[in-house]
Design a protein. Structure first.
Lengths: 501, 66, 200
């Protein structure tokens, strides 16, 4: 127990430094900003800022990027409630009841409970990370290449199972991602694979290019294709604070949302998005007020908003303890760590405790900053919603362009990103999910490396993955997940849950 | 001017109060809900009244802010 | 046989194509065996799996209950063909670039045209105008400097959108150019020239 306190103490010393406070603040402000603005989300923003993190020290960089992710969960609820347009994908469910509350003149309490629930969840999940990460990292230190390989298989399968849309297409996208990740020089043999003699490709396709192109550019093009008229409730929002009755009604939802969100965030493939959907579905079944869901039940706002914050923060656990990304945002974080020359994995905690504990402490500080930004200062964000999209996207393109270019001062990188924008657009049109692809892309070379080592150690015996207990367990879970999804019962439930959104 | 400052101060106090109080509140309230479902109707009603009274100063504070 | 699900049809085609492509290209590298995997081992296996999944999706398109039209997005085959031909020409004439500045510029224009055609093959006008502006931005940054390249990007991408009001876009450009210079060059210290290279 005292180890926990001394670690947290270390963390706070790091997080409370002026520099880190500044970057934490920047991160959460930026996060709220892009959360509020529809059409740009944490993935695109973090991808845009990856080149910038090169100039910062690793702790500050990760603190800022993390702030963007969980900050966006706060901001996303604002547009959902006021305009029925989710500012962030995990805020889609908040539209359902939040907007109805706004139409009934209760936008204030809705926004207020969203912020309060998010704050509660953010703080509690930070504690959960502090409690569970160290033992998990200890287990992970015993992992050999076979375990890592199976873990990655589990992660990728979980990501496809928990994604929307066709399962088989998601798996195909994962494999395509793995293949694209293999482009470049093979470390073992020195052979330049799939590079067609283009020298810029011999180092592989830039991760930032893929992420920004597919998530940033393709999204912009898609947004432009849909011109929508939305009724806006941005008139004076008064009565921000929920009544005592509101708080009483929401308390169980907040607790359930936080619990479910924290759990789902840890799962590979999990994160804010899955957490919010699941929490809403659960709440609808369990709450006493379920008849009012969809018509302005405050529980329908409290539960998903708490869940998405909890999920966003606990999804850092697999990253910081196992070195495995559980969702595209975490994949970008790995990218940021690699830019800094840090190899992600369980050794991060022991080799760089200031980084690890500093991040955790700063999450708590960030949540505090966010509740202030989102409650009294919410008027500021509402004004922002009046900027028309056509002014916004050229600016976004500029930032992305500069960002990508500055990675290695290469126009080729910019073109690569634009090419992935085209490809990303095609994928969206063909209903192929890009998120599993990004995960596969990051894990591709790692999987090959671990597969090779495992086979080398076992002298070509492929059953080694099934013989070692941890590896076997993971593969069994993966198979189990696949079976669940294929079973018709669950299939229908999945479709239902996603149709509602 | 005085009213504006008073407004801001109360707002900050209220938010500060909520941020600190929300933690024990959620846990204790939810536990009390569980208790309520397990005891007799009269006790449950008494617990309800208890929470109602607790909330009165909070509601008063909010009204004062608006 | 009727193709019910256009999206799955093309998705299947795409996956089969990628899978086969990766498998074929991997033939150039050493396979190795299970114990010591060569560079071709993993890609071949994955490529095979991808092709199989692609085939499954492809066939599913015929029996799917979900109906989508076959024309998923505006696709102009001739653009792809043209772009590919020009691209191949550009690729093989690369050694000629040393012949002189004029040839270099001509070659760059050729490559640009190839890329532009390939982009334009796939989507609405906004797609290729905007993305081409981005590519342009990347290539113009060094010769023309940040301010002018930004101008190309802002005007180009705004033109690709729905409404284009010259005054509005100009103000946006000026504001962003100022912001970019101060935030990126002065603030973050990114090494890029603000004005055209031959002026500095």
């Amino acid at each position: 127990m005292e180890a926990l306190f001394s670690n947290l103490g270390l963390g706070f010393t790091v997080a409370l430094s002026l520099q880190n406070l500044f970057y934490c603040f920047m991160g959460v402000v930026l996060g709220t900003l892009i959360g509020v603005l529809p059409g740009i989300g944490p993935v695109a923003t973090i991808a845009m800022l990856l080149p910038v993190t090169f100039t910062l020290n690793p702790t500050s960089a990760l603190i800022m990027l993390a702030g963007i992710y969980y900050g966006a969960q706060y901001g996303g609820s604002t547009t959902s409630i006021l305009i029925n347009l989710p500012g962030e994908s995990s805020s889609v469910v908040t539209c359902l009841d939040g907007y109805q509350m706004a139409r009934q003149g209760r936008a204030g309490p809705a926004l207020g409970i969203a912020a309060i629930g998010s704050f509660f969840a953010g703080c509690v999940s930070t504690v959960i990370i502090a409690l569970f990460a160290p033992p998990l990292a200890e287990v992970a230190l015993k992992f050999g290449p076979a375990e890592y390989f199976s873990l990655m298989v589990l992660g990728l399968i979980a990501a496809t199972v928990l994604a929307h849309g066709s399962l088989i297409k998601a798996i195909a996208m994962v494999i395509l991602g793995l293949l694209l990740g293999l482009v470049g020089t093979d470390v073992n043999s020195g052979v330049a694979r799939f590079s067609f003699g283009v020298s810029e490709l011999s180092d592989g396709i830039g991760f930032v290019s893929v992420a920004m192109g597919v998530f940033g550019f393709a999204e912009i093009i898609n947004n432009l294709e849909q011109k929508e008229q939305r009724e806006v409730f941005t008139k004076k929002v008064t009565g921000l604070l929920p009544t005592w009755q509101d708080i009483r009604d929401s308390a169980p939802s907040i607790l359930r949302g936080t619990a479910l969100g924290s759990f789902l965030g840890i799962l590979p493939g999990g994160g804010a998005l899955l957490a919010s959907f699941a929490a809403y579905t659960l709440e609808k079944k369990v709450s006493k007020n379920s008849a009012n869901f969809g018509k302005g039940a405050i529980q329908g706002v409290a539960a998903p908003e708490s869940a998405n914050n909890a999920g966003a923060q606990t999804s850092f656990i697999p990253l910081l303890t196992l070195g495995i990304p559980s969702n595209p945002v975490m994949a970008l974080m790995i990218g940021a760590m690699m830019i800094q020359g840090i190899a992600p994995g369980p050794q991060v905690m022991t080799e760089r405790p200031q980084l690890f504990w500093g991040m955790i402490a700063s999450m708590w500080i960030g949540n505090l900053m966010l509740v202030i930004l989102n409650l009294p200062l919410i008027g500021m964000w509402i004004k922002l919603l009046t900027v028309p999209y056509r002014m916004l996207y050229p600016a976004i393109l500029l930032f992305c362009g500069v960002g990508v270019y500055s990675l290695s001062n290469s126009p080729f990188d910019v073109m690569q990103t634009a090419a992935f924008g085209v490809v990303g657009y095609i994928w969206v049109k063909l209903e192929c999910e890009p998120a599993p692809l990004i995960l596969g892309f990051i894990l591709g070379p790692l999987m090959e490396e671990n597969l090779r080592r495992a086979m080398l150690l076992s002298r070509g015996d492929a059953t080694v993955f099934f013989q070692r207990p941890i590896s076997l367990t993971m593969l069994l879970i993966a198979a189990f997940l696949l079976l669940i999804v294929v079973a018709p019962v669950v299939r229908k439930k999945r479709e239902e849950a996603f149709v509602e959104a | 001017m005085g009213k504006l400052i008073r407004h801001q101060v109360f707002m900050i106090l209220a938010i500060g109060f909520i941020c600190v109080a929300i933690f024990p509140l959620v846990f204790i309230y939810c536990t009390s809900l569980l208790i309520q479902s397990a005891v007799s109707k009269q006790t449950a009603a008494k617990i309800d009244k208890f929470w109602d009274t607790i909330g009165k100063p909070y509601d008063y504070l909010i009204k004062a802010i608006e | 046989m009727k193709i019910t699900n256009g999206k799955d049809f093309w998705a299947g085609v795409m996956f089969i194509a990628f899978g086969l492509a990766f498998m074929l290209i991997s033939q150039n590298y050493a396979m190795g065996n299970a114990v010591r995997m060569g560079p071709a081992y993993f890609p071949t296996v994955l490529g095979g799996m991808l092709a199989v999944l692609g085939a499954a999706i492809f066939f599913r398109a015929f029996v799917s209950k979900v109906a989508h039209p076959l024309a998923v997005f505006p696709f102009r085959l001739w653009f792809v063909v043209g772009g590919l031909i020009l691209g191949v020409i550009a690729f093989y004439t690369q050694p000629l670039r040393d012949a002189g500045a004029m040839v270099q510029i001509a070659h760059e224009l050729l490559a640009g045209l190839a890329i532009g055609l390939l982009f334009a093959a796939f989507g609405p006008r906004s797609l290729w105008v905007i993305l081409f502006s981005v590519v342009l931005f990347g290539y113009l940054l060094k010769p023309l400097g940040l301010v002018l390249a930004t101008g190309a990007l802002i005007f180009g991408s705004a033109w690709g959108g729905h409404e284009f009001k010259v005054k509005e876009v100009t103000i946006l450009f000026v504001a962003l150019a100022i912001f970019a210079v101060y935030a990126f060059v002065k603030g973050l210290g990114l090494p890029m020239n603000i004005w055209p290279a031959f002026l500095e």
